[in-house]
Design a protein around this ligand. Structure first.
Ligand SMILES: Cc1cc2nc3c(=O)[nH]c(=O)nc-3n(C[C@H](O)[C@H](O)[C@H](O)COP(=O)(O)O)c2cc1C
Length: 312
């Protein structure tokens, strides 16, 4: 990739600022069959829980005119199998790996985070604090206090690994906003934020009068969520992250370089691609190339120079 795309995020060297989003690129390295992983910034793993999970009953995904509804239900191999069968391959991967973690109680997160930290193969972990399609899961983003408690507990567990907290897209100001959650996560020791997870959503088959997904409601992703997340990134960057020097990884409906550039202008230091990978696995490379051209067309030498430079 073009050297100008090289990005340093939390001290981690990335070939480009374009990452593969948690849960959309297999458990670990499966996308390497479709895409040269040396040309992406990092892979974020499937969210790993202490125990293996089969996930929700079908259907788990449903297309929408502007994205995808999913209720996969955190299907994953569980911590032991991930450590035994997947993690040994990390060392051979040509890009950094960020370990995504999910759980049903604070101890679940602490257990997986401790194991990832001890592994010393992944420079950062990302906490999936509110999965919209696992209804039994604790929603650790339901209040800033609970999020702070979780973040503090994981922070204490990590000796060398950076801590990224991934927030849900709360767009309404009451009872608390994404900015409140971001502040709580940062106060509790988050090194970076990922914005945002999918948007809770429901689609109904009007003939059967049943939800289209086996789990009922699910999480919406893709272009439908892009503009609302740009606003969240902008708000979090301006109101809390920029002053505290906390980088933002933005995702939600990145289809092309323009979507990525919008996130950069709104305040993101890196972006991730999820739903788009299902249609075009090579999209992250195209997006990175487009970002590079755009950066130079703006008279800047690297995307980092344009972070948060939205003209008001
Ligand atoms: C099929 C599918 C599975 C997902 N699994 C996870 C997951 O395991 N952990 C997580 O943090 N996010 C998960 N996500 C959310 C994505 O990482 C991302 O936050 C969201 O899809 C928005 O980005 P996009 O519009 O580019 O897809 C999943 C999304 C999809 C579509």
């Amino acid at each position: 990739m073009h050297p100008a795309l090289a990005t340093n995020l939390l001290g981690i060297d990335l070939a480009t600022p374009v990452l593969l989003a948690a849960g959309t690129a297999g458990v670990l390295d499966e996308m390497g069959q479709q895409l040269d992983l040396s040309r992406v910034g990092a892979v974020v793993t499937k969210s790993i829980t202490p125990e293996p999970r089969e996930g929700n009953a079908p259907w788990r995904v449903h297309p929408t005119p502007t994205g995808m509804l999913n209720a996969v239900g955190l299907a994953n191999p569980g911590l032991d199998k991930f450590l035994d069968e997947h993690a040994p391959r990390i060392v051979a991967m040509p890009c950094p790996v960020i370990g995504s973690i999910a759980g049903f109680c604070i101890d679940d997160f602490v257990t997986v985070a401790g194991a990832f930290d001890a592994l010393d193969a992944m420079p950062a972990v990302e906490l999936n604090v509110s999965c919209p399609n696992v209804h039994a899961a604790g929603d650790f983003a339901s209040t800033p206090e609970l999020l702070g408690e979780l973040t503090t507990a994981v922070r204490k567990t990590l000796s060398r690994t950076k801590l990224i907290v991934k927030l849900p897209p709360i767009t309404t100001p009451a009872p608390h906003s994404c900015v409140d959650l971001a502040r709580a996560a940062i106060d509790a020791g988050a090194d970076a934020l990922t914005l945002c997870n999918t948007t809770p959503a429901l689609m109904i088959d009007v003939r059967t009068r049943r939800p289209v997904l086996g789990a009922g409601s699910g999480g919406l992703s893709g272009p439908a969520v892009h503009a609302p997340v740009v606003k969240i990134v902008h708000d979090v960057y301006r109101q809390v992250a920029a002053d505290r020097g906390i980088p933002i990884i933005a995702l939600g409906g990145v289809v092309n370089w323009k979507d990525a550039a919008e996130f950069v202008l709104a305040g993101a230091s890196a972006v991730a691609v999820g739903t788009t990978l299902f249609a075009d696995p090579r999209a992250p490379v195209k997006i990175a190339k487009g970002l590079d051209k755009w950066t130079r067309s703006q008279g800047a030498s690297r995307p980092a120079d344009l972070v948060g430079t939205l003209a008001q």
